[in-house]
Design a protein around this ligand. Sequence first.
Ligand code: NAP
Length: 536
Amino acid sequence: MNPPSAARALDLLIVGAGFGGLYMLHKARRMGLHALVLEASPSVGGTWYHNRYPGARVDIQSLEYSYSFDEALQQEWRWTERYAAQPELLRYANHVADRFGLRDGIRFSTRMIGAHFDEAAREWVVRSDLGEAWRARFLVMASGPLSSPNKPDFAGLRDFEGPVLHTADWPHEPVDFSGQRVAVVGTGSSAVQAIPIIARQARELTVFQRTAAYAAPARNGPLNAELEARVKADYAGFRARNRRMHGGFGSLLPPNPVPALSVSAAQRQEAFEQRWQVGGFALLGAFNDLLIDLKANETAAQFVREKIRATVTDPATAQLLSPSHTLGCKRLCVDSGYYETFNRPNVRLVDISREPIERFNRKGLRGAGRDFEFDALVLATGFDAMTGTMMRLDLRGRGGLRIQDKWHAGPLNYLGLGIAGFPNLFNIAGPGSTSAFTNVIVAIEHHVDWIAECIAHLDARGLRSIEASEQAEAGWTEHVNASARRTVFLSCNSWYLGANIPGKPRMFMPLADGFPRYADQCTQVAAKGYEGFVLQ
Ligand code: NAP
């Protein structure tokens, strides 16, 4: 890709108009920078644009999962439910785009396909699928950690005559399963939300499960007006308290600061039960060691298995639905009637853990040693997480270094924000940061603010480039690994590890250290003149 002379000049080129890209654009404009967002879809919203499957909703309370950067915005916006559903989240993203006049800074239906760093000019030359090109001083990847759907290469899938839908790439027209026999492959967060709703519509639903899921009840409902008023009376204080929480949310019910095995079995049961009644991720805060000590974790895992047994009437199905891995090692699912759905006469669960799907055919599939027929197929098979989107791009840094070569053994980075060999490129909510373990809007706002300050720092000093040093990057990679080793997260195969994608290098990608500590580290790096980065 030769730098085209006709390329238009920008300060910032931002990839993606989800929550990260929208706020980055707004922030850049406030700084007087000339910025442009490239968005492959025809509208804003990112993950909430694509994940339109039935039941899709956020798993962090909406009063928390929302922007904090503008007081008027957070005061005026009214969520209808405790956990907003996808259409409402999409309305919110559109509202933000309109309220801050962002649309004219976004090139919709335009996919960024590659970017090469022009060393002489110290600029990125970015190309779109429409053959356009831009030169930008900085390239900000706001393409999202969960934006490349994982579509497994099942043998014979093309032979299947019915519709094949993926939860992360759901059609925009309404999908009606009435009277149909539907198959769902996968039992992660997306499936756990979709299955109860599909089951109510379909004539017959068959769920193909490779690994059973832990799900805690959302206890969703209309937003409590008294809580909303209380939060809005001091929204800034509420946000600040949340930023001091490990995951950037949950200050309404902080974790219990004692280890699980320091109390009696009866006290443990009571603590778990209280949190189960609150719903959502509250369960994981019942004790302070559930995600760092396997024995403590097993007490909580046992509690959930008992809930499954008490809910699912057929003992064999209850047994199959009971996970054996560590609770929270794969992200805890937050559900509305998931386990109950398996009591319905039109729903059956098929274990494919030992005998996987062999192949699809015109009428259905062969798996678990049997043949199954259905009219429509839903793949709830997740994402090539954290790196999938970047690894599909023709992204080349200094000396033509390809991102595929740089990351062949895993996504090396420094602070999650920079990559050695890729000057002036910033990554929002990507690998090496706490994004996957954090209320992602908190993670996004933090990254955008940090990037904005960094650019202001460079500009104030007449500096033209910033690049992570290889030494800092190596140290950070070890830090990310060491943080994971202090937790239970290495005890199962999860997308955090890249283990859901055949052939993907196994490297623990998100930082498990907690948002407050991570944010402090980022602040200190900046305070020390961007220590670990080379500025020129
Ligand atoms: P996921 O958690 O990766 O689940 C994918 C499911 O598909 C798993 O059950 C997996 O089984 C199964 N699967 C994958 N490949 C398969 C194959 N070849 N054969 C059979 N089964 C296969 O994906 P997700 O449910 O889309 O969720 C991903 C993440 O997105 C979540 O962890 C969460 O961070 C986010 N999310 C959040 C919400 C929310 O509540 N707000 C909703 C949806 C998603 P294995 O477990 O055996 O790999």
